[in-house]
Write a protein that binds this ligand. Structure first.
Ligand code: MN
Length: 175
């Protein structure tokens, strides 16, 4: 989207300059979940969109059980490269503590979510994940309460990948 202008001015079959990362609606987009042992353990859920990672902090971690709706607090966009970050954020710094990639893969917006920016504004994202632990259809829906403006719920859809036992991300090994 924001790279349209850059794109228009260049013929990437000739110039050695970098091709834009976003090449079409059907491109597979990266998702990552990072287990973040900050002052409170949480899981950072990130979806690539328009060259950044849209990000939510999930205190309990994602669930593969459709009946376990997980609070997901939208936080600031992170750079794409953050999807590969693992390591220790030094004490005294923002988010100090260990960051570990818990799951990663690609995400595919459903038809209704094809325009991700619009879906984010509308507060409803429907998509599928193809990770190692997280698979199948999910919904992220914004909560309608004004006192918690950044609160969303991450909900697994009841599909062939869903589980019906309690799901605890802490008991699932990181990949
Ligand atoms: Mn975090």
């Amino acid at each position: 989207m924001s790279l349209n202008e850059y794109n228009k001015k260049r013929d990437f079959s000739i110039t050695p300059e970098p091709k834009p990362v976003i090449t079409g609606k059907n491109r597979k987009l990266v998702f990552v979940v990072q287990k973040h042992q900050a002052s409170h353990l949480h899981y950072d859920f990130r979806l690539e969109s328009d060259g950044v990672l849209k990000s939510w902090a999930i205190p309990k971690g994602p669930s593969m059980n459709p009946s376990e709706k997980r609070l997901a607090i939208m936080v600031e966009d992170h750079p794409l490269d953050y999807a590969k970050f693992e390591g220790e954020i030094p004490a005294g710094n923002y988010g100090a503590g260990e960051v570990e990639i818990w799951d990663s893969g690609v995400w595919v917006p459903d038809q209704k979510t094809e325009n991700v920016a619009k879906a984010l504004k509308a507060g409803l994202l429907e998509f599928s994940l193809d990770g190692k632990s997280l698979k199948g259809e999910f919904t992220l829906v914004k909560m309608e309460t004004s006192d918690t403006p950044n609160s969303w719920l991450l909900i697994k859809k009841d599909d062939g990948y869903a589980v019906h036992e309690k799901y605890d991300a802490n008991e699932v090994s990181p990949h």
